[in-house]
Design a protein around this ligand. Structure first.
Ligand code: SF4
Ligand code: SF4
Length: 639
């Protein structure tokens, strides 16, 4: 059970600590209690050496070499670990890509003029995407261009043409490398389906071959499904531009109807936002005694809204139960991904109505209102009306909203970054060449209750900016760094002198919010553009990735496509591969020879920062730029 004493170790976020104390007082169970109840967790599963892929099993391999070394079918630790990892990648890639398909299907309906509440808001982006996909946009009505683009993108899910269109964004060398390795993704669905086939008993029994296909599967996510999700969301909801918003549970307003939008997909949340501005509903809220309707975001649906509309953020992954404990949330609207089934249990302790909206993501104890883009606006209004009704049941004596809010800047799309740089990557490249910025690191991914909440994200970001490394963030990492105050221009004070000078000149923070988890594709696009500008490949650049507190299958897919794209990546949570020394060696050493990048695992963010700084200086040396000797740097840090 969570206690006041250990609440400090569970989270570095003051809001979370306050709500954990309330959970203890009221006997409400949270994710940390359930993690404690699961101890000790299965050692075989943690090492990845258990298998239940068929009914001759379940099987497990003894990592100490004393018990069985093979499953009933004869699979050894290498095969079992590779199969499990392959399936994890496929699940993550499928989740992102299916999200992309959902956006695409609404886009296709919008192109036909069959939706309510949606518009083609970024005409420039639509026309430039059409050109990129070989569709002539000139002189043609926008809806016609959108229809042709939708048809082409829908084909990519099962494309017969042999490679994904967005892979044309790659520098030539990376493109050639993927072809030589046979990992150019062919179709978005195809690679995930093939991974499920390969990992069926008796198909791919060569762990290297399985994991090469793991790279291909993840690339179908990063350069396929996720990229479609990002680009079309920009077309429909607007390409993000820098805006100042706020974060924390203080974003809830006791005087208003509070509705939280949780999950990943901006389709419904965008129409809910429109509905919350409807005069009829505002009047209804006032009739009930509220001063207005207040929307807040959670997780990546929150990121989508904050990036484009500046909607305040209530919190990241581990805040989803704690926001309910404020007693001030009237409705939690959920779409899909990362929504704990437990939210309906916590909501029952208060007056909050949980409203599920995706037919593929139902929750026991939630009211289900099925999303239909043809009636988007009407459904949005219906949901807001339910929130207003629930407000009538709120007990003001049970409302406790801790603390205030912290300002954070969001909205750094690639377009916005290039605009801030004057239209080309040139000034950024010049700052890197001059050593004012040593390099750039993407810190991405989740919270995980096994790690003190936000500590990994924030410590790593602080150490990197102090050392003149620009930090790009997405997902729950963006929210963690926002809470820590690192995402306003004033945080340039915390950066090293070179990065500080660049941030002050451009009026930007040293930690840039690039969006939701599917928006990691913005980072891929930026990395590819930088490599092309310099006439080199992505793996030559002083870049790195990190996922200090990851938990989800999607994060595994992200990490894999980032490495396969040529970017060294440090994980803060150990993946379930350590039962196979061969697989560990492949991912943490040999992959470097194959794709020019590899994984490292380092739970301590201080040490992770050193690993990343060494890597960046090594890349600078490779490019002939002024560098600090990586070995000296490590020795100095150790001292
Ligand atoms: S596939 Fe092989 S290792 Fe897995 S459960 Fe079946 S028999 Fe056991
Ligand atoms: S970062 Fe992880 S936990 Fe957070 S919303 Fe994305 S996938 Fe979910």
């Amino acid at each position: 059970m969570v206690t006041t004493d250990n609440a400090r170790q569970l989270s570095s976020c003051d809001d979370a600590r306050a709500m954990l104390a309330r959970a203890r007082e009221e006997g409400v169970e949270t994710v940390w209690d359930r993690l404690a109840a699961q101890q000790p967790q299965c050692g075989f599963c943690s090492l990845g050496v258990s298998c239940r892929n068929c009914s001759m099993g379940p099987c497990r391999v003894d990592p100490f070499g004393e018990g069985p070394q093979k499953g009933v079918c004869g699979a050894d630790a290498d095969i079992i670990v590779a199969r499990n990892l392959g399936r994890t990648i496929a699940a993550g890639a499928a989740a992102h890509s299916d999200h992309g398909r959902d956006i695409l299907e609404v886009f296709a309906e919008l192109a036909k003029g069959d939706t309510s509440g949606y518009e083609l808001r970024d005409e420039t982006k639509l026309r430039s995407l059409a050109e990129e996909w070989g569709i002539d946009p000139d002189g043609r009505p926008l809806h016609e261009v959108a229809r042709d683009l939708a048809d082409s993108m829908l084909e990519e899910y099962g494309t017969a043409k042999g490679h994904l269109s967005f892979a044309d964004r790659l520098p030539e060398r990376r493109s050639r490398l993927w072809k030589e390795l046979g990992i150019t993704p062919r179709g978005i669905d195809r690679e995930a389906v093939e991974m499920l086939h390969r990992t069926h008993m008796g198909v791919d029994n060569d762990y290297v071959n399985t994991l090469l296909h793991g790279l291909r599967t993840s690339l179908a996510d990063g350069w396929g499904g996720s990229m479609i999700a990002t680009e079309l969301s920009d077309v429909m909801f607007g390409t993000p531009q820098p805006n100042v918003s706020k974060v924390n549970l203080g974003a809830l307003r006791p005087e208003c109807v509070n509705i939280a939008l949780h999950g990943h997909n901006p389709m419904l949340s965008d129409v809910i936002m429109q509905a919350a501005e409807d005069p009829e509903l505002i009047a209804l809220a006032k009739d009930k005694g509220a001063e207005g309707i207040n929307l807040v975001g959670l997780c990546c649906t929150g990121n989508e809204l904050q990036m484009r509309k500046g909607i305040p953020m209530a919190g990241n992954h581990l805040m989803q139960e704690l926001v309910l404990l404020t007693g001030a949330l009237d409705a939690m609207v959920v779409d899909y991904q990362c929504i704990m089934p437990a939210v309906t249990d916590v909501a029952k302790c208060f007056h909050t109505e949980v409203i599920s909206t995706a037919d593929k993501a139902r929750f026991a104890g939630a009211t289900h209102i099925s999303f239909d883009p043809h009636r988007g606006y009407a459904i949005g209004k219906d949901i807001v009306r339910r929130g207003i009704d629930a407000y009538g049941n709120r007990n003001p004596e049970r409302v406790h909203i801790p603390g205030g809010t912290v300002e954070m800047m969001a909205g750094f799309s690639v377009e916005a970054i290039l605009e801030a740089l004057g239209g080309t990557p040139g000034p950024l490249v010049d700052a890197i060449k001059a050593g004012k910025i040593r390099g750039a690191v993407a810190i991405v991914g989740c919270n995980n209750p096994k790690i003190q909440q936000d500590l990994g994200h924030v410590t790593l970001a602080r150490r990197l900016i102090e050392n003149d490394i620009l930090v790009l963030v997405t997902g729950c990492s963006a929210i963690a760094n926002g809470k820590a105050g690192l995402m306003m221009p004033a945080a340039a004070e915390l950066a090293g002198p070179g990065l500080k000078e660049v941030c002050e000149a451009l009026g930007i923070p040293p930690v840039l919010h690039m969006g939701s988890c599917v928006d990691n594709t913005r980072i891929l696009t930026l990395a590819a553009a930088l490599a092309k500008y310099l006439g080199t490949d992505i793996d030559q650049l002083p870049l790195a990735g990190a996922a200090p507190e990851w938990y989800s299958e999607k994060a595994v897919s992200i990490g894999t496509y980032v490495v396969a794209s040529g970017i060294y990546t440090v994980l803060g949570v150990q993946p379930a591969i350590f039962g196979s020394p061969n697989v560990v060696k492949l991912l943490a050493e040999d992959l470097d020879e194959v794709v020019g990048a590899k994984f490292a695992v380092e739970p301590d963010p201080e040490r992770a920062a050193v690993l990343i700084r060494r890597h960046i200086e090594t890349k600078r040396e490779g490019l002939g730029l002024p560098f600090v000797d990586p070995e000296q740097l490590a020795t100095a840090e150790a001292a």
